[in-house]
Ligand binder design. Sequence first.
Ligand SMILES: N[C@@H](CCC(=O)N[C@@H](CS)C(=O)NCC(=O)O)C(=O)O
Length: 236
Amino acid sequence: MRYQLFYWPQIQGRGEFVRLALEDAGAAYDDVARAKAGMDKMVAMMNGGSEKRPPFAPPFLKAGKLVIAQTADILFYLGPRLKLAPREEAGRLWLHQLQLTVTDFVKEIHDTHHPIAGSLYYEDQKPEAKKYAHYFLKDRAPKYLGYFESVLQKSGGPNVLGRKFSYVDLSLFQLVEGLRYTFPSAMKRIEKKVPRVVALRDKVAARPRIKAYLASERRLAFNESGIFRHYPELDE
Ligand SMILES: N[C@@H](CCC(=O)N[C@@H](CS)C(=O)NCC(=O)O)C(=O)O
């Protein structure tokens, strides 16, 4: 199966959680919107076009005749096929539950620079962003990362499923990478309380296919158009 991934071409964004799974598995895929005329194709699909079940927003994945949107749902589908999830129901549901928690976390990370409206610029909501980011760094980021730390402790580590590696481990890697870029000072403090999460991040970074991917042109740099944005005034 050759997959087609649809995502905005200039940012890692939510597409990166899917990309990491495809890359780690060595799956064959096209990053459609990064190729010529790919954006037009992506926008046409979102606008309904010929799709009977149109996606609301990217990322979405085309797998044969299936079109699947929502990052967690895409990973739920890909997991067993890429050998990044078990086939048994309880394990799959547990991973899906964790991935949906990642989804919630990503939304709160996004809201640190867009607490009022996604349709406004960051510059139009700076005082609110400062206030939101303060509580995010004080309460929410430690709570989410602390939760994943306890999951790793209970699993026996080094992965959320224990010995077996999964797509959620890749997502935790991406969360740490993104948060380090966004809030370098705050993360130095927060990371001290989540050693298992940090150790998992290091293990993922050393996986041969991930290492090769991170060094390749396919891995875009973080920037101030994506979800993980570095605004020094928000870092504490
Ligand atoms: N819950 C969805 C959110 C998808 C989403 O918000 N996609 C962004 C890009 S990262 C987008 O283009 N949204 C357009 C919009 O919300 O109008 C997921 O996790 O995939």
